[in-house]
Write a new protein. Structure first.
Length: 192
């Protein structure tokens, strides 16, 4: 998994030279999120990524790394000027660069906010679906007398299938968060 994160996440998003600097951070993010997600599969244990504080904290780490890496690469002024896409505009359209700059800065902040909400929503939604299915099974068991064997077998099969789906989602969400973080950091250290 370490080689996969390095070769299939960091290098394509940042390039070989830049990826080497950020691979330890991306490894840490991936395995932290994966561990937190897998904790949610344990009975009576909650998933820390089901709390906004955790996902927001992870997004803040990505945002701080994006700012620090971009400022280190281009300098404070160069980083902010790099937010404006390169455009050859006539002189009378040059004032449009200020609103474009403001939109790009808002976009930079919004992307990281959405990064945290996306992980939170996916983890909470998965647990709510599993809880709803188990609740329906309980209601069906109380209503159907004499069909306990059928309801029990459906319960076991559906709970197993949804748990496997949750296992897949745990890995997928760790991958997606890490990949988006690599893209955001990679965009900060390259010219637009």
């Amino acid at each position: 998994m370490l080689v996969f994160v390095r070769d299939e996440v960091a290098v394509p998003a940042m390039g070989k030279h830049e990826a080497e600097r950020f691979v330890p951070l991306l490894w840490t993010m991936f395995f932290f999120i994966l561990t937190c997600n897998l904790l949610g599969l344990m009975p009576w244990a909650g998933s820390p990524t089901g709390a906004f504080a955790v996902t927001f904290g992870m997004a803040c780490v990505t945002f701080a790394t994006t700012l620090a890496a971009g400022i280190k690469q281009f300098g404070p002024l160069g980083f902010w000027l790099n937010q404006i896409p390169h455009m050859d505009l006539p002189w009378w359209l040059q004032p449009l660069k200020l609103p474009i700059f403001l939109i790009e800065v808002m976009s930079l902040c919004i992307k990281h906010g959405v990064l945290s909400v996306r992980l939170l929503a996916n983890m909470v939604a998965g647990h709510l679906v599993l809880l709803g299915i188990l609740g329906l099974i309980t209601v069906a068991a109380n209503q159907a007398t004499g069909h306990w064997a059928l309801i029990m077998s459906i319960s076991v099969v559906s709970a197993t299938l949804f748990s496997l789906l949750e296992l897949f989602v745990a890995f997928l969400q760790a991958y997606v968060f890490t990949f988006l973080s690599a893209l955001f950091i990679g965009a900060a250290v390259h010219h637009h």
